[in-house]
Design a protein around this ligand. Structure first.
Ligand SMILES: NC(=O)c1ccc[n+]([C@@H]2O[C@H](COP(=O)([O-])OP(=O)(O)OC[C@H]3O[C@@H](n4cnc5c(N)ncnc54)[C@H](OP(=O)(O)O)[C@@H]3O)[C@@H](O)[C@H]2O)c1
Length: 279
């Protein structure tokens, strides 16, 4: 299959290398020359030439503004534009209209992988937008990663992508605070992490489907620790941080939300009920 790739940063190069390896005929363009060396793809001098070369055009650059800038006035008739650039739902919806106005079909994608994972079983790409385009290219794209098509609304892939990143940042925030507390006593952080924290975090992550079910049902009764117990626990945690001389900055926002929910009379409910303060 003929596939063009616009943008040869770390991710674009991984995409190109993997599609070449899967036997596709890959044409590439990058703003700065020299990034196509050793990829086994055909490098062209302009974005317009890359668009002309293939019915599937993948773009993976810094942001959506760069996508518009590099495409400029290029027409996209009979082209599928797959945008794997990281963005927001509103930007993806605007981009779908922008591409349609140039005669193209639009797919948005969110890459849940680092470049080294592309083409390996752990990688996942979320897709949304044109169902016909996804069906046509699903098999070719399976060389890059597992696929999950979320629906015709182009904004869904970035929405889910950002939600998954949100979960990730929450995990890293908890890890960093825990590590700061352990390090405050000069205890070995690596040993603590692998032997104790990781199994604990995995066990707690295993409880999230239960919380998700409670959120969907809007029923927040709990038979584990309620919000008042957690609020007192958080006050204790923050004091411990202060006594240890480390900053609980990444924990404090959660403490604020707990305080508000308990003050509103929901102290007997479970943790899932905090979502009502976020809506
Ligand atoms: N790396 C990851 O782990 C990862 C994971 C998931 C998603 N992503 C997403 O993938 C996208 C690319 O990431 P990356 O890691 O490949 O970044 P990168 O290595 O920094 O590469 C950025 C690319 O964007 C191009 N670019 C920037 N501004 C441009 C403009 N105005 N016009 C044309 N091209 C422009 C750069 O071209 P030049 O070479 O000319 O500077 C380069 O090809 C981002 O949206 C990122 O969020 C990355």
């Amino acid at each position: 299959m003929r596939i063009s790739i616009l943008g040869l940063g770390l991710m674009g190069q991984a995409l190109a290398r993997t599609l070449v390896g899967a036997g596709h005929s890959v044409t590439v363009w990058n703003r700065t020359e020299g990034k196509a060396d050793g990829l086994g793809a055909t490098a062209v001098a302009t974005a317009a030439e890359a668009v002309a070369a293939s019915p599937l055009v993948i773009v993976c650059v810094l942001d959506y503004a760069a996508v518009r800038e590099l495409l400029g006035l290029v027409q996209l008739d009979d082209r599928v534009l797959l945008n794997l650039t990281n963005g927001r739902p509103a930007e993806a919806r605007d981009m779908a209209d922008w591409v349609a106005a140039r005669g193209g079909d639009y797919l948005d994608g969110g890459i849940m992988a680092v470049p080294q994972m592309i083409g390996t079983p752990g990688a996942l790409i979320l897709y949304s937008g044109s169902p016909a385009a996804f069906e046509r290219y699903e098999e070719a794209l399976s060389a890059l990663a597992g696929s999950r098509y979320l629906g015709t609304d182009a904004g869904l892939a970035p929405l889910y992508d950002l939600a998954m990143l949100t979960g990730m940042y929450g995990q890293f925030a908890g890890f960093l605070e825990a590590a700061a507390l352990i390090a405050s006593e000069k205890r070995p952080v690596a040993e603590f992490t692998t032997e104790l924290l990781l199994p604990w975090m995995n066990a707690m992550a295993g409880r999230t489907p239960e919380l998700a079910a409670a959120i969907e049902a809007g029923e927040y009764a709990t038979d584990v620790s309620n919000l008042e117990v957690n609020r007192v626990g958080m006050v204790n945690l923050v004091r411990a941080f202060e006594e240890q001389g480390v900053k609980p900055d990444l924990l404090l926002p959660m403490g604020d939300v707990l305080d508000r929910r308990v003050a509103a009379g929901h102290g007997a409910e479970g943790l899932a009920s905090l979502i009502e303060e976020l809506r």
